[in-house]
Design a protein. Sequence first.
Length: 337
Amino acid sequence: MRKPAVLITGASGEIGHGLIEQLSAEGGRAIVTLDLAPLDPSLAKRVSRETIGSILDQPALGRILAEYEVDVVYHLAALLSTRSEFSPLTAHEVNVGGTLNLLEFAQQQSSTHGRPVVFMYPSSIAVYGMPSLDIKAAAGKVKEDQFTESTTMYGCNKLYCEQLGRYYARHYKQLSAEHTGKVDFRGLRFPGLISAVTVPSGGTSDFAPEMIHAAAKGEAYACFVRPDTKIPFMAMPDGVAALLALARAPRESLTLPCYNIGAFAPSVTDVEMEVRRAFPNAQISYKIDEKRQGIVDSWPADVDDSAARKDWGFGAQYGFESAFREYLIPTIKRRYA
């Protein structure tokens, strides 16, 4: 008999680490992972099967389908925003083609064991495209159905995959004699995620963690966006908790295929002041990268997450001050001590 399991793609990243730690502590289903990179050895021993491979690898997915009865998929694997701008065709192949493979996998799984497969999809504020700074300022907290005209390949990929998820959940093969859509698609539009554990890798929203890491190392940092720049952020533990909470929410309580979530929306000046509070000798200057600035300006200053709060009780543990003073700065200080 096939074993009940949870599948996590892109599991070697920090969200994947958090999910593995939480799900393994709870017990129950086996954990199966799929990623190009191997897991840290301390995490690998917590999973039932670690598959090193691509989400574009159909045989790898077929082997998992044959051995496991997957009823929850956390599809984290993606080519992220900055790299997607340099390689848009590859981004489309990975982000859209890979997601389509996983949706088909979930549909096949549900058909074999007769239950809907919960498909957890991390989307992004990159799906939004604010037309101008004036409109961005006037819009305030943006709702899920507003300004969805992304200017980036990553944002376009994410928005299209949200629509694919909605199709698989509600309209799959609608002209067929047997309408068999059994994918329970649930998406989250993450704001900028800030981690105290991983080193920033040049992402479009990485100016905040880059500033902290540079100050902790005693290095000068030239911020690539203006001091007045403002977008929403969230501490990484809250992102992991939100995925788990939405996956467990009763289906009948959900009114949207994809939900905004947010925690705090500081300006870059606010971030700088918090960093200088912890590191009085921080060397912070500004060297604006107009292209990256344009992308960040196209994202909302904040998001309206009232639907997530109402439908499934979302609430972030960390606000702006607590995220910096209790989570980010103490952890990053220890890293370089």
